[in-house]
Design a protein around this ligand. Structure first.
Ligand code: BDR
Ligand code: CA
Length: 306
């Protein structure tokens, strides 16, 4: 059983990752920290709670984090995720309040109380994680691991940017935060566009029909989210669920051990993630291939379980 904190910016695919985590018997979600990214942080915080309340797990705390990237203004992705950030899925607005603590303090408390037991799965810009590492320098050494969705590493034909031709959205949004996190030296699994854009790892209309046959709350909300993706782009990209799946079953992916550089600043290559020649500094495990059909099966079997 993995004790997990989800740091996210829901976001259609973040919400699908959250549902996957909640339905997986191998994961215990200790809490959610929310960050600005796909939408302003008030919206991502509301969206996390909308999903939790719909699935009757509102006891899971949601701690709000950074409203802006460290050095740049927020440029959200509501044009991609729909005006409410969740593809107009129709979930009610939340009744439960956010947790009293800020995201980084909330995360630190959980990790300090259970050293080496908590894994962080980060599927948004890395602002909260960088803030946590700066305020609590012991944190990287006390986490059980960090799995992140971010980057485009040129390891497959799909490993090109999506926010710019050179950069993936999460890393582009806050490259300074990503730089801090990568430099922290902790064990990192990075799941980037090289694998999440593999067409075999996307959901199509046949998968949607399968989800629609189930009359559970989880299947109902998943269907609404997936349908929005298919209607607007022909298939539903599964960036963030694939990052979570790396924790559930790492054998779904191949990884290479690489030294990664994040391009900071605001030049044409902002947010690019480059693989450098090896040196003495710590490597990141970067996903280089995915068994898409097996991932989709794992996702559907979890989501469709009663
Ligand atoms: C990432 O960007 C966001 O829009 C998605 O939620 C995902 O985390 C993909 O580049
Ligand atoms: Ca995300």
């Amino acid at each position: 059983m993995h004790k997990v904190v989800l740091d996210m910016d829901p976001g259609i695919d973040d919400a699908l990752a959250l549902i996957l985590a909640l339905k997986s018997s191998e994961v215990q979600v200790l809490g959610i920290t929310t960050v600005a990214g796909n939408a302003p942080v008030e919206v991502t915080s509301a969206n996390a709670r909308r999903v939790l309340e719909y699935l009757n797990v509102e006891s899971i705390p949601v701690a709000m984090g950074a409203a802006n990237p460290l050095n740049h203004p927020l440029e959200d992705a509501l044009s991609y995720h729909g005006p409410d950030g969740l593809g107009n899925c129709g979930l009610a607005m939340p009744l439960t309040p956010v947790h009293a603590a800020k995201a980084w303090d909330f995360l630190a408390r959980l990790v300090l109380d259970a050293p080496h037991e908590v894994t962080l799965v980060a599927t948004g810009p890395l602002t909260n994680v960088a803030c946590a590492f700066e305020r609590y320098p012991e944190l990287p050494g006390l986490l059980a691991g960090l799995v992140l969705m971010g980057g485009a590493y040129g390891l497959t034909p799909y490993g090109k940017g999506n926010r710019t031709p050179f950069a993936e959205f999460n890393i582009w949004q806050d490259p300074e935060a990503a730089h801090t996190v990568v430099k922290s030296g902790m064990d990192i699994l990075a799941v980037g566009l090289d694998v999440t854009m593999d067409p075999a790892a996307c959901l199509n209309s046949q998968h949607l029909e399968q989800i629609k046959t189930k009359q559970t709350q989880a299947a109902h909300v998943a269907a609404r989210l997936v349908e929005f993706g298919i209607e607007h782009r022909g298939c539903c990209r599964m960036h963030d669920p694939l990052a979570l799946a790396a924790l559930l079953d790492a054998s779904l992916l191949d990884f290479i051990s690489a030294k990664v550089e994040v391009v900071t600043g605001n030049d044409w290559d902002r947010g690019a993630t480059r693989i450098l020649p090896p040196d003495s500094s710590r490597s990141v495990q970067v996903a280089s291939a995915v068994d898409g059909p097996r991932f989709v099966r794992l996702f559907l079997s979890c989501i469709l379980e009663e």
